[in-house]
Design a protein around this ligand. Structure first.
Ligand code: X8Z
Ligand code: ZN
Length: 614
């Protein structure tokens, strides 16, 4: 599924686990040194990779199916079945990673074999130790934590219980600080039981990572970017430094506006913004407080949620509209099975994982999404996000197994969002959803709305893994998890916990991707990349307007350019894929800064005389 879990499956070493040597990877962040060749030949390496791909593909598909059933039907049985399949898959991945060490230092290896061996050594999100009991324990912990999250709800003393979706609605709609606080704290009652499970999982995964020659799991995660993992954090800092002044300007204006709404008792003029007031359960995007912070007399010009409802849209027609966007770029329609096998609506009679995801069950045509769609603007965009995963998956389906993935994980998360940036007033008018295109005087409102979603997200997208990397590196133990979480939220986002947190709180666990073990830096990268993609595709489409007014809808030229990158999958290092689409091989934030330039100017005016920062 994507939430990119290119879970790879097993083989060869299964019976040889004890005999397999760890596979050191030569980077400056690692303890191990590259070992000399064991006398293996290039031909043996080619055969090893081919066998590994066959085996992993078979096990991966099985694991994917059990995860699909679990996510659509959470019970003790499906948890157990998924855990078993995952255990088998992880054991296979680890065994193969270890055995790949046989080929370290072999001379004369071709490009693909070298690249694939490196992927086999390091692309395991949660490696297990090479001890069968520990592998099983780890798989059970994973299933348990996902179950705690998926089934989680907040029950009041009077016995009424609220699911995450209902609590999120309160966060989005209420303007009553007491109600907001209750919903915010309520959802965080699901995560304290996860803390010890998480700590044990970290211990086991770190043991697995070190057995494979990595310093810790964080190093392993940072090894997936076609560069020395030691350089990756600096690359993130470089990009963050480009955009942080814009974030700080937005933060300053939003804090001042929230203070007007709630008073300085609730929102002090200096310091972090209390996390329950930003319209979102994790304060990760702030578009639900648009009405409180919007530039005066600059409506966004329309309310997409109201339009979708007035025009009688339902979940299926929303997805059809997303599909039609891709069709307008020249992509083939989705297969019939997409429509019969996907989950579009929250079932009334059972627990499902509502967090949206896209699936590629057989790595050929069996594409699906799983979402609990509500008819609103946010879900309309999320549909495009998920379809972006599916179209990427289909574009690279003719690659060999290990290359059936995105250039880096940020690319996968960026594709659908790139199309969402083209949901402009012009596009809505083309669909007949707007009678006339609002003039440029409404742009500031539109830009504010986008910034509340995209700019507000950036430091959150960054800090989740800054937390995990420190946890994986052993910088804090379980008793320090929560304090570190809030320290980083303050540092990056300027957002603070509303009041003291209970001693047993494990607030990171209340965010899907932590119990679900989905790396999160990908979303930070995606928020940068999607603007680079958008700017490049707008140029290909012949757009001459400012890029915030550009829609690539209907441009087959843009579709072709996009597809040229998508079909490369992961066969080449990501800078080459980026260059194929944008002409540049560097991730950089100038496109996002260009897009928001008019808003930045307006924010700077508003903030003149205000005390900004936290
Ligand atoms: O998890 C997602 C997608 C599925 S890959 C819905 N996103 C992140 C989140 O919800 O926290 C998209 C934006 C960030
Ligand atoms: Zn995604």
């Amino acid at each position: 599924m994507n939430l990119l879990k290119k879970s790879i499956p097993l083989l060869i070493c299964a019976l040889l686990v004890a005999a397999c040597e760890p596979a050191p990877v030569a980077t400056s962040e690692n303890v191990s040194e590259t070992v000399a060749s064991t006398g293996a030949t290039p031909e043996q390496a080619i055969a090893f990779v081919a066998d590994a791909e066959t085996s992993l593909e078979r096990l991966g598909q099985h694991s994917e199916r059990t995860s699909w059933v679990l996510s659509n039907f959470i019970t003790e049985d499906t948890e157990l079945l998924a855990a078993r399949a995952n255990e088998e898959f992880t054991a296979a991945k680890v065994a193969i990673a270890a055995e790949a060490a046989r080929f370290n230092g072999v001379e004369g290896l071709d490009y693909d074999t070298t690249r694939k061996l490196q992927m086999l050594r390091s692309d395991i999100t949660i490696p297990a130790p090479m001890d069968a009991a520990k592998t099983a324990e780890q798989a059970e912990i994973g299933a348990k934590m996902s179950g705690l999250y998926g089934r989680g709800s907040y029950c009041r003393e009077d016995g009424t219980c609220l699911a995450l979706g209902e609590l999120e609605d309160i966060l989005a709609e209420s303007r009553n600080p007491g109600e907001l606080l209750e919903a915010w704290q309520g959802w965080r009652t699901v995560s304290p039981p996860m803390r010890e499970l998480y700590a044990r999982q970290v211990e086991l995964a770190n043991e697995g990572a070190t057995e494979l020659g990595f310093n810790d799991l964080g190093t392993m995660w940072r090894s997936a970017y076609d560069m020395d993992p030691a350089d990756f954090p600096g690359e993130l800092d470089r990009i963050w430094n480009q955009v942080s002044p814009l974030y700080e300007a937005l933060h300053c204006h939003v804090r001042a506006s929230l203070q007007e709404q709630y008073g300085s008792e609730v929102v002090p003029g200096e310091g972090p913004i209390p996390a329950h007031l930003l319209g979102n359960m994790w304060a990760q995007s702030w578009e639900n407080v648009f009405d409180l912070v919007a530039p005066p007399q600059t409506e966004p010009g329309y309310d997409l949620t109201a339009i979708l409802n007035d025009e009688g849209y339902d979940p299926i027609s929303m997805v059809k509209t997303g599909e039609a966007f891709f069709s307008s770029l020249g992509f083939e329609q989705l297969p019939d099975t997409f429509w019969t096998r996907s989950l579009f609506v929250k079932p009334a009679d059972r627990d499902v994982v509502c967090h949206a995801s896209a699936w590629d069950i057989d790595e050929q045509d069996d594409l699906r999404i799983k979402m609990c769609i509500d008819v609103n603007s946010e879900d309309f965009k999320t549909i495009h996000h998920e379809l972006g995963h599916n179209y990427y998956q289909r574009a690279y389906k003719d690659q060999t197994y290990l290359y059936r993935n995105s250039a880096n994980d940020g690319f996968h998360e960026a594709v659908g969002d790139t199309l969402s940036l083209s949901i402009t007033p012009e596009y809505l008018a083309q669909l007949g959803l707007l009678d006339e295109v609002p003039d440029a005087s409404g742009d500031l409102g539109l830009l504010m709305n986008q910034a509340l979603e995209k700019i507000a997200f950036l430091p959150f997208g960054l800090m989740v893994d800054q937390w995990r990397w420190k946890v994986f590196a052993g910088e804090v133990g379980p008793e320090g998890y929560n304090d570190l979480w809030w320290q980083l939220r303050e540092q990056y986002q300027g957002v603070g916990a509303p009041g003291e947190r209970p001693a047993d709180a494990f607030d990171p666990g209340a965010k899907f991707h932590v119990p679900g073990n989905t790396p999160y830096t990908r979303y930070f990268l995606a928020h940068i990349l999607q603007f680079q993609f958008h700017r490049a595709l707008c140029k290909v489409a012949g757009n001459t307007d400012p890029i915030h007014r550009c829609s690539i809808y209907g441009s087959e030229e843009a579709g072709e350019r996009l597809n040229a990158m998508l079909e490369m999958g992961r066969s080449r290092p990501w800078p080459e894929a980026l260059e194929a689409l944008t002409g540049s091989s560097e991730m950089d934030a100038t496109a996002i800064l260009d897009y928001f330039a008019p808003l930045q100017a307006w924010l700077d005016e508003q903030n003149a005389g205000r005390q900004c920062g936290w």
